[in-house]
Design a protein around this ligand. Structure first.
Ligand SMILES: NC(=O)c1ccc[n+]([C@@H]2O[C@H](COP(=O)([O-])OP(=O)(O)OC[C@H]3O[C@@H](n4cnc5c(N)ncnc54)[C@H](OP(=O)(O)O)[C@@H]3O)[C@@H](O)[C@H]2O)c1
Length: 326
């Protein structure tokens, strides 16, 4: 298998290499691309040194089987079509193609059927959405979901290197805002992305459009509030959801316990620090909402793993018909 990673030096790119290693994939070619400033950087895949190259148009005219993109929307819009045109299946972590009706938006545990015989660009969903939609898909199937109200508590690594660097500097005493609109250390910021005319931020809007697209149901209502918190890794969501059918709490709990890629915690709760290097969406504090037709739960996931790299690698595995190791 011939693989390339564009944005290999970033948070998601490096984690993509880790996730490929964890699946014991041994590509015959693994090419790493980043911006000119990273040229010559050495990264290691299964102890083999690989030199990072500058991304250029010709780079992607090679016949790759899979090209992962994790270099932002601008790079994806310019270069992903070139890789797809050359015959690769492109798995893009940015939001560039997610709302395009021609492009599948895939969480393999939910809609891997979209990958069958598909070639071209595949979009990897937003990080908070993936970890939320995994349990919601299970509950939707059982009880028919109508409405979701979610608040997010998103780690700074969700903004890549720049977010980590900003929080680290502020923890050492800097009062420079860095990449955020306010100081993030010892604070929370109720803005992720830019505000739209309707008062929601574009991050919040993604949770609506992407949930509908992944669950293939335009009637589901989603209202999100996205908040940045001074956590390094691991996004959390408080999720309230309403359903068509009456819910038996024990049935909901067992369905979540049995579902792939979900860790259900029945009598305890988990925090972002507690999830370690888990690739699962964690669900705990499951309880009724306002009545027996609604549920509340606490949902934690590693934003760089299940929110990006692990889902992207799972897309490759599903497309290639390989069962991923859990
Ligand atoms: N972090 C997350 O939790 C997360 C979750 C879901 C989705 N995503 C998405 O994944 C993408 C990457 O995020 P990240 O967190 O990994 O960001 P990051 O840590 O800032 O890394 C960005 C990567 O893009 C590369 N890059 C930037 N400009 C480039 C150019 N002109 N040509 C080639 N490479 C270029 C960088 O290379 P240099 O090192 O050379 O600058 C670096 O490898 C973004 O679209 C982000 O929205 C991130």
């Amino acid at each position: 298998m011939k693989i390339a990673i564009v944005g290999a030096t970033g948070e998601v790119g490096r984690m993509m290499m880790t996730c490929l290693e964890e699946q014991n994939l041994q590509p015959e070619i693994l090419d790493l691309y980043a911006s000119v400033k990273s040229v010559g950087t050495m990264l290691y895949y299964m102890d083999k040194p690989l030199e990072v190259k500058e991304l250029e148009e010709e780079s992607l005219q090679t016949e790759y089987d899979y090209v992962f993109f994790s270099a932002g929307g601008g790079v994806a819009r310019s270069y992903a079509p070139i890789a797809a045109e050359a015959g690769a299946v492109v798995i893009d972590n940015s939001s560039a193609f997610r709302t395009d009706p021609r492009i599948p938006l895939v969480v393999p545990q939910i809609n891997s059927s979209l990958l069958k015989n598909y070639r071209g660009i595949v979009a990897n969903p937003n990080c908070s959405t993936i970890q939320m939609v995994l349990p919601l898909a299970v509950l939707d199937k059982a009880f028919g979901m109508k409405k979701v109200v979610v608040s997010t508590y998103q780690a700074v690594s969700g903004s890549g290197h720049g977010g980590i660097d900003t929080l680290e500097k502020q923890r050492r005493g800097s009062q420079v805002k860095g990449i955020y609109p306010d100081i993030i250390d010892l604070n929370v910021i109720p803005q992720i992305g830019v505000f739209l005319d309707n008062g929601y931020s574009n991050e919040e809007e993604k949770m609506l459009s992407e949930t509908r697209k992944i669950l293939d149901n335009d009637k589901i209502q989603v209202s999100a509030t996205a908040v940045r918190v001074p956590v390094m890794y691991g996004h959390s969501n408080t999720v309230y959801a309403e359903f068509e059918r009456e819910i038996d709490l024990q049935t909901a709990a067992s369905l979540l316990s049995d579902a792939p890629a979900i860790s259900f915690h029945e009598n305890s709760y988990i925090t972002p620090l507690g999830i370690g290097s888990s690739n699962d969406a964690h669900v705990c504090r499951l309880r009724y909402g306002v009545d027996k037709y609604s549920l509340n739960f606490w949902n934690v996931g590693h934003n760089v793993r299940i929110g990006a790299a692990a889902n992207a690698v799972n897309i490759l595995m599903a497309h290639h018909d390989i069962n991923p190791k859990s």
